[in-house]
Design a protein. Sequence first.
Length: 115
Amino acid sequence: QEQLVESGGGLVQAGGSLRLSCAASLRTFSNYVMAWFRQTPGKEREFVATISWSGSRGNYADSVKGRFTISRDNANHMVYLQMNSLQPDDTAVYYCNTKPPRDSWGQGTQVTVSS
């Protein structure tokens, strides 16, 4: 069964760091461009970062550029998001998915940044 399982969220003070992980049970994982998205209540899910199939290129939303770093481990079907200098506006549920995203999403992982 193909699925996406996110982990690593938590409560952190502004200026702190977190590292999110995504275990992607996708048969052809290394063929996919992978991405992180986030969503806050009452808002649409938004793009955060994407990484090429090889891991050589990452692209970021302007709001996280210079603070977040996306990476992947194709051998273990993992995607990571290193988040530094976290701000209260980063508070959201974070999801990983392919890009463009598959119809099925994981449960996400909650990130809460206190001021």
